[in-house]
Ligand binder design. Sequence first.
Ligand code: GLN
Length: 532
Amino acid sequence: MKYIVVTGGVMSGLGKGITTASIGRILKSRGYAVTAVKIDPYLNIDAGTMNPAQHGEVYVLSDGGEVDLDLGNYERFLDIELTSDHNITTGKVYRTVIEKERRGDFLGTTVQIIPHITDEIKASIARAAGKPVDHGTAEICLVEVGGTVGDIESMPFLEAIRQMRGELPARDMALVHVTLVPMDTMGDMKTKPTQHSVKALREVGIAPDIIVARGERPLSEGTKRKISAFCDVKQKAVISAATMPDIYQVPVELEQEGLADVITDFLGLERREADPSWYRTVMRKYTGKVTVGLVSKYGIEDVYISIKEALKHAGRALSTEVQIRWIDAEHYTARDLEEVDGIVVPGGFGSRGIGGKIQAITHAREKRVPFLGLCFGFQLAVIEYARGVLGIADAASEEFGSGTFVVALLPEQKGIGQLGGTMHLGDYPVMLSEGTLAARLYGRSDIMERHRHRYEVNPEFIPALEKAGLVFSGTNGVRMEACEIPGHPFFLGTQFHPEFRSRPAHPSPPFLGFVTACRERRRNAPPRERQG
Ligand code: GLN
């Protein structure tokens, strides 16, 4: 097993996750079996209990792990399926060590950060690296250390990396440091922040082998030379990573910088030609454009990253650029809805903003605007139908606290007091009924999709809803998993989250169908004319 450890300097938000995923991609395109581990130095056991507005989307894995959004990037770039063990947090490490202490595993010793915590970190990395991906065990494992070098939180992890480096044969680990090269007012590239962050890394006993410099513009040869000299890294190992128009083009950029050969040479692996299929998928030209309104409490950037990417995958496959417009569920005007070619209501929790979301669904249903409701969006579509068509004016979800509960707590959730990691989570099979939109989109009747919810369509109301025309096109035998309105150009709600399984080369069927419908609508009634 070869390890590529990725650390970050200067500041957070540099795109370390995308860089890590892109390094994995260029190696995978060379036929290497690659896996990836994300280290998150926070005390939460997992990302499931964090506010997405602060930490970004909670990504859901097939095993039900609620993890950091970077695992979504790894899955999308590497086209693999990871497990909860691939996201190591301080919380998980300490929990394991403390459980061992209570069991008596360390009897007679003082339990300390070094060696007990660092040993557990190394064991966790090795365990995750050894888990099968694709069709066997990986040859290369990427390890991304979250946070910025110098943070107190990440110290034990960097110490564990330092130890690993000493314990492994020299060519089995490469250290990639991602930094920022800003520009001054004269347009000169400044290397000082990079020099300082490399110094901070050296203080904890680690020296980088490769430096990936992020910035608005590509590095000049002179700047590369300077970084090479000051940071003691070979000049060809100073890689320029300027901001790209699309994250999927970052591997193409790293490819052009020659990073693949630098890494394979460093690790003593053979140089190989890259398979061009990634390039073909992500460089496909757009010939048209649609605007999709995403009605939610939070802005789109990191909170709905999987939805944003799934729309992009579908758009790319259809040569259609998808522009997402964030529609704030609590403050929007009729015009906001009129100016979009389709409406998405994403997953969510709690009752804030539901009025606006339901109003947007009414608009989509009545004005025949393409609609995709995901999880909470599906539940709200059912509630909207109960209110608008069945006439249950106070139709609601039990989650809101009052009203007629057309959406109710899952029976197995009753009595659950502990909230971390206890939702209905991960991959579960769904059966689609023949002849429905959902079955047509997937081209099959048995599918597997990821879940993350506590509530379901209340079984008591299913017959009435069906009688009123709502079709439940997907079920798991007992629970309703998808709904649609026959005769509507595209109205689909899913209790599951199809966005988590969408990949650049295999877009998710509901998203593909939705973007196709948006394109149709724009062709037949471009937004400007619709405004009249
Ligand atoms: N809050 C809803 C539930 O728990 C929907 C969850 C979601 O959208 N992920 O069922």
